[in-house]
Design a binder for this molecule. Sequence first.
Ligand code: MF3
Ligand code: CO
Length: 290
Amino acid sequence: MKKLRKEEPCWCKSGKAYGECHAAFDRKIEIFKKKFHQVPPRNIIKNEEMLEGMRASSKINVAVLDYVGEHIKAGMTTEEIDQMVYEQTTAMGGIPAPLNYEGFPKSVCTSINNEVCHGIPSSEITLVDGDIINVDCSTILNGYYSDSSRMYCIGQVSEERQKLVRVAKECVELGLAQVKPWGHLGDVAQAINDHAKENGYSVVREVGGHGIGLEFHENPFVSYVIKKGTGMVMAPGMTFTIEPMINAGRPDIYVDSVNDWTIYTDDDTDSAQWEIMVRVTDDGYEVMCW
Ligand code: MF3
Ligand code: CO
């Protein structure tokens, strides 16, 4: 990495002089590197202009999820949810990020009961009383990505399912509380994993969160099964999702052999997931999208 003089423009493209921008940041990163910690690459550190773009994108994403929450009900097909997401997102000037993403055919992921994630909306799938569903929305606005998901309970949901939905949300909140500069992604992971285990649940290992911003899925991969004090160091300006998939039974999963997208629990038990998008700030975190 080329050493910048303090009067040169900062590598983050803020337009500010390096000395007043990321010079101190780089010194801190060097210390972690020397101790063999995994540190964030420069290209995932966002400047203020990028963050503004991501906030505007997030605003649409949140509005779409609010809209879905007001209209979702038993008897509705997941195709209708897809239509709502497409129409609401585009009406606000955004593009649904999942649409045509690596061949994904729809605008949103809808994952019901034993579906862990990446459920594909369909006119053949109708929501019935007692279902729990994750609606995972992602938006592109002016090239900036946002991504968050929520669980919705359809009609009268069993105590067991309600608890799974609640604990999955608590997992995200406990993970979020661990987000601070110079901590590790493993701190977030362990808080989540411990809470899931305490409630008799398990956390999916193969799928996780991700950096986000200029692309849908950026570095790092955010695992929820690593230990406190391990994984990438969190540094100010990093933006990533916290989206653990919590299974009522075993953590094992399999992918749909027909559509190659939808992931299910291997033991057929229920799974719940909430997703938020956060930024590491100078003293903690900013929730960008929920
Ligand atoms: N939040 C999900 C993820 O990051 C969104 C997936 S959209 C899909 O995996 F198009 F990739 F399915
Ligand atoms: Co995501």
